[in-house]
Design a protein around this ligand. Structure first.
Ligand SMILES: [Zn+2]
Length: 340
């Protein structure tokens, strides 16, 4: 289910004052508090919803971010709908973030008078002349593979534009404009494609020039900085520019040597297991890790072998194991520190 608008949760409109927000919260909190509604799951859920909405709207900074970014901004949960094929609006295969991220645009820098004057050509002039739009921030979640190899993501931006039906007055005749419901502005959304460069790190930022807040009086728009959060991979782990993984092998493969297939982020690679390989031994496949965008070099793929012993025990198996046991050069525990 789509997350409800925080203002709607508190029964307020977007322009609500701080006092309105506090009042609405107190009223709802009293009504929905778990102490008042023991065992009522619905009330409990509503209470949490109200609490969350209040936590954001009471904080001036968080509220501003929410007004611009919607649920994508202030909360720990965001979702840039990842879009590996570039089809707008399709959530990616990474299995995260159903809800697209939102960003506000066109309403930064100057008051509404400035903005409207700007958009409608003419109108009021601010004494400062043109000034550039503010830089904005958004977050996007990207699957591990696309961060390492590069890919495309898309981010839905939310903003408002003046209502053309009523000329942004909010009025229609003697009543309220039915299109913008008296707000003078209507919601508008825009989907922006974001190129994820190869080797992008968790927490890395991508700058989208001109996608920030609109400038006023002909000032240039600001930039949008998109912070990338990389979804951890179920198998691969990135450390610096190296990628680590574990590869199970059999006792025979470890003892006699073998050629096996090692999964890497760039696809399977044939690799030799040398005879006499030990459990937890590490091997390196050079250049199969993350390409460093700064140096152009690539990290390595490092895999650790795990020797798997058959769980089915038979007399013949035990005989084979006894034979192997006779082949150790020394006591396997000879190098344990003494006096533990
Ligand atoms: Zn209108």
């Amino acid at each position: 289910m789509a997350k409800r608008d925080y203002y709607e949760v508190l029964g307020l409109s977007k322009g609500a004052s701080e006092a309105d927000i506090k009042k609405a919260y107190r009223r709802l909190a009293r009504k929905l508090h778990p102490d008042v509604n023991p065992g009522d799951k619905a009330a409990q859920k509503r209470f949490q919803e109200v609490q969350e909405a209040y936590d954001v709207l009471k904080d001036e900074e968080k509220r501003r971010a929410y007004d611009r970014f919607g649920h994508a901004g202030p909360g720990p949960v965001f979702g840039g709908g990842f879009d590996p094929r570039g089809a707008a609006g399709t959530p990616g295969s990474g299995g995260f973030g159903g809800r697209p991220g939102f960003e506000g645009f066109h309403f930064e820098g100057g008051d509404l008078g400035d903005l409207f004057g700007n958009l409608f050509g003419g109108g009021r002039r601010s004494p400062g002349g043109p000034h550039a739009g503010e830089d904005l921030r958004a977050q996007i979640e990207v699957p591990f593979r696309d961060a390492v190899l590069g890919g495309m993501a898309s981010l839905a931006l939310r903003g408002e534009r003046p209502c053309s039906t009523c000329g942004a007055t909010g009025r229609a005749g003697k009543g309220v404009c039915p299109i913008c419901r008296g707000e003078g502005v209507v919601a508008e959304s825009e989907r922006v494609r974001v190129r994820i460069p190869e080797g992008t790190e968790n927490g890395g930022a991508i700058r989208l020039p001109g996608k920030g807040g609109a400038g006023a009086q002909g000032g240039a728009p600001g930039d949008l900085y998109v912070t990338v959060r990389v979804t951890p991979h179920a198998y691969f782990e990135r450390r610096g520019n190296d990628i680590h993984g574990i590869v199970p092998i059999t006792v025979k493969e470890a003892y006699a040597g073998a050629e096996i297939e090692v999964p890497t982020i760039r696809g399977p690679v044939r690799a030799k297991v040398p005879p006499g390989t030990q459990g937890r031994q590490k091997f390196r496949l050079r250049g199969q890790g993350v390409k460093d965008p700064r140096t152009g070099g690539a990290g390595d793929h490092i895999y650790t072998v795990r020797v798997m012993v058959p769980k089915t025990v038979t007399p013949a198996g035990s005989d084979a194991a006894t034979l192997l046991d006779s082949l150790y050069d020394a006591d396997v525990r000879a190098e344990l520190p003494k006096g533990l």
